[in-house]
Design a protein around this ligand. Structure first.
Ligand code: ADP
Ligand code: MG
Length: 161
């Protein structure tokens, strides 16, 4: 399974999609062991990247608010079994900032990373298991998920089942 596409009718459909991704991560046939799962989120402002991530973070067990890490660059969630890191690199001025924050350490071990505006971290991010594109379709949104690794493919297969 290399590519999946869905039409998301409204905000709640986007949150539900995020929850489905979370369930696929929790239940696909290759549990993350020491491996990080990395998703890049592409799409214009307002396309729904943060809304989708909110669904993922809640689906992985977080019960509180999910705020956009626009100024902090990353918001960590210490969940079980997976730690989750939500990055928003929109305001990143210099990729070196990522070096200063020890970006590589975020991609070690059993964690799930969702990264908005990954192109701003060009060259310093772990490569993506899944690349997610979100686009406006009138008042709705279209989400396209591309698997880039075997892990990504197995998560997409679970998502499709
Ligand atoms: P981004 O992080 O891509 O900039 P946000 O998730 O912060 O976008 O904002 C998306 C906006 O679009 C929110 O106002 C949300 O209510 C709305 N939205 C999210 N999903 C949908 C959808 N499927 N259809 C219509 N509106 C949506
Ligand atoms: Mg956002």
């Amino acid at each position: 399974m290399k590519k999946l596409e869905f039409l998301l009718a409204d905000e709640s459909a986007t949150v539900t999609m995020g929850n489905h991704i979370a369930q696929a991560l929790l239940h696909h046939n290759k549990p993350l062991s020491q491996q990080a799962f990395v998703a890049y989120l592409n799409g214009d402002l307002g396309a729904g990247k943060t809304t989708l991530t909110r669904g993922v973070v809640r689906g992985l067990g977080h019960q509180g608010n999910v705020k956009s890490p626009t100024y902090t660059l990353v918001e960590p969630y210490e969940l079980s079994p997976y730690r989750v890191y939500h990055f928003d690199l929109y305001r990143l001025a210099d990729p070196e900032e990522l070096e200063f924050m020890g970006i590589r350490d975020y991609f070690n071990g059993q964690c799930v990373c969702f990264i908005e505006w990954p192109e701003k971290g060009n060259g310093l991010l772990a490569s993506a298991d899944v690349i997610i594109n979100m686009a406006y379709q009138d008042e709705q949104r279209v989400i396209t998920l591309h698997a880039c690794t075997e892990l990504g493919e197995s998560v997409l297969a679970k998502l499709a089942s």
